[in-house]
Write a protein that binds this ligand. Structure first.
Ligand SMILES: Nc1ncnc2c1ncn2[C@@H]1O[C@H](COP(=O)(O)OP(=O)(O)OP(=O)(O)O)[C@@H](O)[C@H]1O
Length: 248
């Protein structure tokens, strides 16, 4: 479904991505992990069209999409969430969701509204449709981000640290939702996360790709990644050592 081929991106002297390749099959959940600054969000920004790679190709459903406008990529079936929730506080929950669904449904208000309400129902925010976004709790804003991504009827969704800052109960609920996206809605998921308990234990992740300093250093099933010495050295060991994040 998605093929990332030899992508490189420099910012000034910084090699944010160095010849990174990976592919994602339909109906997979693929995790993307690595230390801060290892290039994860840069890769999402390239796939979603926010930045152009210096070299390499991104192929989605057989077509090259690198360098296309974000709106075009979104219409082709790739939507995303952002680390910093991008909702408009002056609008209500439904209006925020419709901003995402309207372009996909050729600005047809009724169809876009139905799609938005369905997305809100999926994430459990339907009862809050008329609530101003400013009244939502942080966890609810994350769910709204997800609803916006779903409302545009994607084939592939990119989730960027969607668990960050949430309580454990909210993380578990969101993990169930991610599983449901793939299992029931047939949406393929590519997911960046630092909450490793969610990545390794809560969500049914098929494969995990690990970046370090812009290089792909590992790729494999979650249990293989947990045993990979290079990954432990570059990332997992440091996190365990800090004592802040536990996987089990
Ligand atoms: N627009 C930009 N201009 C200059 N440097 C950038 C830009 N975007 C990213 N970088 C740099 O590229 C590198 C990779 O950053 P990126 O945000 O992709 O990492 P990340 O793995 O997503 O980090 P985190 O886990 O902290 O979100 C970092 O050194 C970052 O400072």
């Amino acid at each position: 479904m998605l093929e990332i081929k030899n992508i490189s991106k420099n910012f000034g002297g910084i090699k944010a991505l160095n010849n990174v390749s990976l592919s994602i099959e339909k109906d997979e959940i693929v995790g993307l992990i690595g230390p801060n600054g290892s290039g994860k969000t840069t890769l999402f920004n390239i796939v979603s069209g926010l930045i152009k790679p210096d070299s390499g190709a991104v192929i989605f459903s057989g077509k090259r999409i690198e360098g296309l406008q974000p709106e075009v990529i979104s219409l082709s079936g790739i939507t995303r969430t952002f680390q910093e929730v991008r909702v408009i506080d002056s609008l209500n929950v439904l209006e925020n969701t419709m901003i995402a669904s309207l372009p996909h449904f050729k600005m047809n208000y009724h169809i876009a509204s139905d799609a938005a309400i369905e997305a809100l129902e999926i994430v459990g925010l339907k009862d809050r449709a008329q609530t101003p976004v400013s009244k939502l709790k942080d966890g609810e804003k994350r769910l709204l981000e997800l609803a916006r991504a779903i409302a545009a009827n994607p084939k592939l969704v990119l989730l960027d640290e969607i668990m960050a800052g949430l309580m454990e109960k909210e993380q578990s609920r969101l993990a169930n939702l991610i599983n449901m996206l793939r299992n029931e809605l047939e949406i393929t998921v590519f997911w960046i996360e630092h909450v490793l308990r969610a990545m390794f234990r809560l969500v049914e992740v098929d494969r995990i790709v690990v970046l370090n300093w812009g290089n792909k250093i590992a790729e494999g099933a979650p249990d293989e990644i947990l045993r990979n010495n290079e990954v432990i050295e570059a990332y997992l060991g440091k996190i365990r050592g800090l004592g802040g994040e536990t996987i089990a």
